[in-house]
Design a protein around this ligand. Structure first.
Ligand code: ATP
Ligand code: MG
Length: 321
């Protein structure tokens, strides 16, 4: 069966884009793929961070994955910090990667240009991401545009290592989520909805109450064209609302005579989609011990194969076991 790894950074509160673009596709593919859901808590340490917040976010991402329908018996949920083979392979891959390759990464350039001290891990984390993928012999990685350069690096490192030291890694393939599931910021529909966007105005949190959702959608930026149609180039806001509607309902949107009518329908669809997730999240949050157990079980499930990959890599690269 095809092995797939879907990653989430515990850098903030999960939003509708994460649900429609990553969590629902993960749930939908559970029966047909061998998927792993990974919370990249190590990645959250590459920028200024609050320790308590990262820990809370990690548990919250795991809780939300369960609430959204990830079945931990089918799909192990892991934190990359809890499976030490990720960091072990990271170092071995650093000995395969060049400094210039890491320094060329657009995300490194952007984030390091923001001012303040730049953590060394910000430079090397794409290599950690390569290790996250390669350690599990993954065939497919769903990646948004912002991660495609990092996925390309993972492929380059795997190919280079295999060519230099012998067949060791599966070379992963990036798969693009459906374009309709790329959700844009409601306040600035030319940017994707992001956890780390400076203002939360354009974001719908998965745990937002209905009233907050209604307000956010009613304030969503549209245009002055006055016709409801899917035209991302000229009407990005309206097109985003239509994309949200069709992703929430799994149906082609009907006809709308006004932006107000469209917004009301989008609000109803989002509220309906999120209500059971919120309810399940509240139940699961009452027992955080259970969520920690799920992470421990996920680790136990994936670790034997990860250990085998690390041993294979060590032997190939010239280390004694
Ligand atoms: P950050 O701003 O910290 O990078 P993020 O919102 O981009 O946060 P990630 O943790 O990087 O979230 O991504 C988790 C998953 O959600 C990935 O599979 C990513 O492709 C997907 N994803 C993120 N934002 C969107 C979006 N706006 N629409 C669809 N999918 C998204
Ligand atoms: Mg991201």
């Amino acid at each position: 069966m095809t092995k797939r790894l879907t990653g989430f950074q515990p850098t903030g509160k999960l939003h509708l884009g994460n649900l429609l673009g990553a969590m629902r596709p993960l749930v939908a593919a559970q029966a047909a793929t061998d998927s792993i859901a990974m919370i990249a808590d190590l990645h959250a340490l590459t920028m200024e961070h609050d320790p308590a917040q990262v820990r809370a976010n990690t548990l919250d991402v795991a809780t939300l994955l369960l609430a959204a329908g990830v079945d931990p018996h089918r799909t192990p949920i892991i934190a990359n910090s809890q499976v030490p083979e990720h960091t072990e392979l990271h170092y071995l891959l650093e000995c395969t990667a060049a400094f210039g390759e890491a320094a060329r990464m657009i995300q490194f350039k952007e984030k390091s240009a923001a001012g303040g001290p730049v953590r060394l891990s910000l430079l090397t984390y794409p290599v950690l991401m390569a290790a996250d993928i390669l350690v599990h012999d993954v065939d497919q990685v769903p990646v948004g545009e912002d991660q495609s350069q990092h996925l390309e690096l993972a492929r380059t490192l795997a190919l280079r290592f295999n060519a230099r030291y012998g067949e060791t890694f599966t070379v992963p393939e990036g798969i693009r989520p459906d374009a309709a599931a790329r959700i844009m910021d409601l306040a600035d529909p030319t940017r994707k909805m992001s956890k780390s966007a400076p203002t939360p105005a354009g974001r719908i949190g998965l745990l937002d109450p209905p009233e907050t959702i209604r307000k956010a959608i009613s304030r969503a930026v549209t245009d002055t064209v006055g016709i409801v149609r899917h035209d991302p180039e000229n009407q990005p806001g309206v097109s985003n609302l239509l994309a949200i509607l069709s992703a929430c309902t799994d149906e082609k949107p009907g006809e709308f005579t006004s932006y107000g009518a469209l917004k009301r329908e989008v609000t109803d669809a989002v509220v309906e989609l999120l209500a059971p997730i919120r309810a399940r999240h509240a139940e699961l949050s009452a027992d955080p011990g259970h969520v920690r157990e799920i992470l421990a079980e996920g680790k136990a499930r994936v670790q034997p194969a990860a250990l085998a990959t690390v041993r294979r890599t060590k032997v190939a690269i010239g280390l004694c076991l």
